[in-house]
Ligand binder design. Structure first.
Ligand code: PLP
Ligand code: COI
Length: 341
């Protein structure tokens, strides 16, 4: 199939309408069979639960073209599993996990012409999401839902691609203990819009959030988990019940330990320790691994020895191995890469 005429290498992380999307509706206690449609608009009641009470959640994964011309995606079963967990916490019906993966396959196949070519630096971002669609005025969950998946070709999440970014420690909290920080609810992102705009107005690319209870421990950013490297090469990732269990972070821990033979620690990380790390990166589907060169907290500045010009050597090794697996150049653990076509 002929690819779309797009300058793939210069894409940012923006929405571009592709030809097809997947839709399934939940009504009278059951999901319908679902279908691929062309219309990217949604019509709903002014009183839809999603509009009034933000009953919405989403996922994010990517499709890649491999060197040998296949189209693959990375661990979609884990996105399905996480969306099920999110749905339960938000009193939404679970969209069957196998059907989720089948729908991802179907919508990517339909949009084959939009999947960026191998080596272009771009990928097809896949956005599954679900929301309460019927009218609800008392505070209660909807009884009707829509599950949809759209796709959009994307480049790097942060301008400058693999160049290290400067981030700041937010004065705002992202997630409360026992709150919703560990699920992918739209509300977690709504609350981050003001802090991220403040960060941008102050010249920073992202926010580091600290734990809300003590403000002494590193949590995550608005859209990625942290990964640190100690001076002796150990990988350290923050553990907390109020951060999103990143699929990229979990995969990187396996890559580091089982493939690269590195030491990995998943534990609470105090902000006071951060100045002693050698490298820092943000990891996630959109962020891949984006290196952090500097963290500013009030008048304290932490500049990592890896500098502002390029990724540190350990993060580069992790990046090359993970993206090598995702693009089919390196054999990963069984079941990680799903061939779509
Ligand atoms: N943390 C937050 C708040 C996110 O929105 C994301 C993105 O999905 C991540 C972490 C990274 O998760 P994953 O690696 O599963 O994309
Ligand atoms: C992702 O990495 O898929 C995310 O959802 C993060 C952000 C774009 C919201």
């Amino acid at each position: 199939m002929a690819k779309k005429d797009i300058d793939w290498s210069n894409l940012g992380f923006d929405y571009l309408k592709t030809d097809y999307r997947y839709v399934s509706n939940f009504k009278d206690g059951a999901w319908d069979e679902g279908e691929i449609v062309t219309d990217n608009n949604i019509t709903m009641s002014e009183c839809a639960c999603v509009l009034q009470y933000a009953q919405t959640c989403f996922e994010g994964l990517k499709a890649y073209t491999t060197e040998d011309g296949r189209i693959v995606c990375f661990r979609p079963d884990l996105n399905a599993e996480r969306m099920a967990m999110t749905a339960k916490r938000l009193e939404m019906p679970v969209f069957d996990e196998k059907r989720f993966v089948d729908a991802v396959v179907e919508v990517v196949k339909a949009n084959e012409a939009w999947v960026p070519p191998f080596g272009s630096g771009a990928t097809l971002y896949i956005r599954p999401y679900m929301f309460g669609i019927n009218s609800v005025i008392g505070v209660k969950p909807a009884s009707e839902y829509q599950f949809r998946i759209f796709t959009t070709p994307v480049g790097p999440y942060f301008k400058g691609g693999a160049k290290p970014i400067v981030i700041t420690v937010s004065d705002f909290d992202r997630a409360a203990p026992h709150g919703t920080g560990n699920i992918k609810a739209g509300l977690n992102y709504a609350m981050s819009l003001h802090p991220i705009m403040e960060a941008h107005r102050n010249g920073f690319a992202e926010n580091m959030y600290l734990d809300a209870a003590t403000r002494t421990k590193v949590e995550e950013t608005g859209g990625a988990n942290f990964i640190f490297v100690t001076k002796d090469g150990t990988i350290v990732t923050p553990k907390s019940d109020s951060i999103l269990p990143s699929i990229t972070r979990r995969s990187l821990m396996t890559v580091a330990e089982d493939i690269l033979g590195m030491k990995v620690e998943h534990r609470e990380v105090y902000f006071d320790e951060v100045k002693d790390f050698a490298e820092c990166g943000l990891c996630g589907t959109a962020a891949v691994i984006s290196p952090v060169g500097k963290i500013v907290h009030g008048d304290q500045e932490i500049a990592f020895p890896s500098g502002m010009e390029e990724m540190g050597p350990t993060i580069k090794k992790l990046y090359d191995t993970l993206t090598g697996i995702q693009m089919g150049k390196i054999e990963g653990p069984e079941g990680w890469v799903k061939t779509i076509m």
